[in-house]
Design a protein around this ligand. Structure first.
Ligand code: NAD
Ligand code: WQD
Length: 341
């Protein structure tokens, strides 16, 4: 069975391609390499023994996207990762984010209609919940006004997919996966996150500081209403996340006509503070991290973690890897890529 993975050379996409191939699926990747590297393909091959089929183009190009789908009419399902994802950049350049994330989605949905491809998995984010009123947050929690243009592209994308299903103009089965905070890397350290420039996210900033690329990690705020005063998130190992995509595809292919998009939170159900992540990193790596507490980062919420029960009940999926495994694999990956540089 042939699965299209858009953004498949990126961080979460590459781990998902590995899991799909290891389950016997044929994968074709589309990526414009705007935030990833072509070498990822050979590293995937080193892990799985299979070089994934690959086409390099920009999914915001309607003609190119339509031609692609005509050529690959035998695709059975699509996992759509391709998007820009830097919150701060989206505030500075909203049209870049609306343009890329929304046009590419529309082009893919049109291509699916033209070629009667029915099954679609979409990368959404826990950012749609903002600061939830109740924790852990379930899929029934209200969507809050987006805090950034990036977050808004996820909310609008969910609406575009929902409207398309309801319109009945096209037969579409969709699963929306709301990721919490993916971190870590594949155990082989052959694939992982490749942040361009200065990382915004906590984990790559920690590993880059420990290896000497950054001088010091700034911990944004220790005056939150949390046990140690630092903000709490639900960090999830990227390999656990990747596995959820395989079961989502299997559910779509097995059960036609879901009639409305199914939404799943993908988290562990455990919240960890920034200081707990740092402590785990120092413990499993033996490295001493240079960090200092500074003021809060504007736009950050205090705490969020998932209620992952619906995913377990319906998909039979549950995150298995703990925080120490996440921080250890992130460090192994940092050491591997810094050696290459
Ligand atoms: P990533 O940047 O590593 O991967 C995205 C890939 O898409 C990149 O390889 C990039 O080159 C490609 N791409 C972007 N725009 C494209 C276009 N127009 N045409 C073709 N290729 C294009 O990001 P990631 O962390 O793997 O995230 C994957 C998805 O998951 C994104 O939709 C992101 O918004 C979502 N998500 C990520 C996180 C996170 O913390 N990493 C959390 C929640 C949701
Ligand atoms: C985690 C915690 C920071 C960096 C973002 C997006 C969200 C989603 C995941 C895509 C926070 C603290 C961080 C640093 C720090 N992405 N921190 N020093 O903000 O939860 O979510 O990525 O959908 O949409 O907003 O993740 O990794 O940036 O931060 O103290 O240098 O680490 O304040 O408490 P966040 P993050």
């Amino acid at each position: 069975m042939k699965i299209l993975v858009t953004g498949g050379t990126g961080y979460i996409g590459s781990h998902t391609v590995v899991e799909l191939q290891q389950k016997g699926y044929e994968v074709i990747i589309v990526d414009n390499l705007s935030n990833s590297n072509i070498n990822v393909l050979s590293n995937i091959e080193k892990i799985t023994g299979i070089h994934p089929e690959f086409e390099e183009f920009d999914l915001i190009d309607p003609k190119r996207t339509s031609e692609f789908f005509k050529k690959h009419y035998d695709i059975k399902a699509i996992i759509h990762f391709a998007a820009y994802k830097a919150v701060g950049e989206s505030v500075e350049n909203p049209l870049m984010y609306y343009g890329n994330n929304l046009y590419s989605l529309v082009n893919i949905l049109k291509g699916m209609k033209e070629n009667e491809i029915e099954n679609f998995v979409f990368s959404s984010s826990c950012t749609v919940y903002g600061q939830p009123d109740e924790l852990p947050v379930s899929e029934k929690a209200p969507i809050k006004k987006a805090m950034s243009p990036y977050g808004n592209t996820k909310q609008i994308s969910e609406e575009i997919i929902t409207d398309t299903i309801h319109s009945k103009s096209q037969k579409l089965n969709a699963i929306l996966l709301r990721y919490f905070n993916p971190i870590g890397a594949h155990e082989t350290a052959l694939i992982g996150e490749l942040p361009l420039g200065v990382p915004n996210n906590l984990m790559p900033f920690i590993t880059q500081t420990a290896i000497g690329i950054r001088e010091q990690l700034k911990v944004f705020g220790d005056d939150y209403q949390t046990p140690d005063g630092t903000a709490i998130r639900d960090y999830i190992h990227v390999v656990d996340l990747a596995k959820a995509h395989v079961v989502a595809v299997e559910r779509l292919v097995a059960e036609k006509c879901l009639k409305k998009p199914e939404i799943f939170n993908l988290g562990t159900g455990n919240g960890y503070s920034v200081l707990e992540v740092i402590n785990s990193f120092e413990k499993v790596t033996g490295e001493k991290l240079n960090y200092k507490i500074v003021g809060r980062r504007p736009g950050d919420i205090t705490k969020v973690w998932a209620n992952p029960e619906f995913a377990e009940k319906v998909l039979g999926w549950k995150a298995e890897k703990g925080l120490d495994e996440m921080t250890f694999s992130a460090w192994k990956w940092e050491k591997a890529i810094t050696k290459i540089k």
